[in-house]
Write a protein that binds this ligand. Structure first.
Ligand SMILES: [Cu+2]
Length: 149
């Protein structure tokens, strides 16, 4: 009698555990799916330029500010074959940061957080930074140079 009750009790408990395990599986699936979707959405939200995703520790950092109608750079001379981290923001209006002869470009808009664009100059020379978004009367003169040694 006691033994039988004990058996019944334990089998009852294991049935409960089994049920709990089965209930747990769909919940984990749902959480896993939500995490996957969240990561996918976050991925879509990052800037399209792949260069903006990883900033190497040895990057040459420069703060770039776009205003009407000029680029202001915290430095303008860089070493060749070492990545440059352009941290670009706009303090007025909306502009397009682009480096001639490269695929590096990004929109920058007043009030939005800065974007980081990493580019490694392949060889010494002068490189032109240009606005590629029609931004107003001074747009066509909105360019500057950096020197790579
Ligand atoms: Cu412009």
């Amino acid at each position: 009698m006691l033994d039988k009750q004990g058996n019944e009790a334990s089998s009852g408990m294991s049935r409960q555990r089994r049920q709990r395990r089965h209930r747990g599986r769909p919940a984990r699936l749902v959480v896993g799916t939500l995490v996957f979707v969240a990561v996918a959405i976050a991925g879509c939200g990052t800037p399209a330029t792949p260069a903006s995703q990883v900033i190497p520790s040895d990057a040459q950092k420069v703060v770039v500010t776009a205003s009407n109608f000029k680029w202001t750079l915290s430095r303008k001379t860089f070493a060749a074959n070492r990545p440059i981290d352009f941290e670009v923001r706009a303090t007025e209006n909306a502009h397009g940061f682009s480096i001639d002869g490269t695929k590096i470009r990004h929109d920058v808009v007043q009030g939005q957080p800065p974007v980081n664009l990493v580019w490694t100059p392949p060889k010494p020379g002068q490189y032109t930074i240009r606005c590629d978004v029609p931004c107003g009367s001074g747009h066509y003169n909105m360019s500057t140079h950096i020197t790579v040694k």
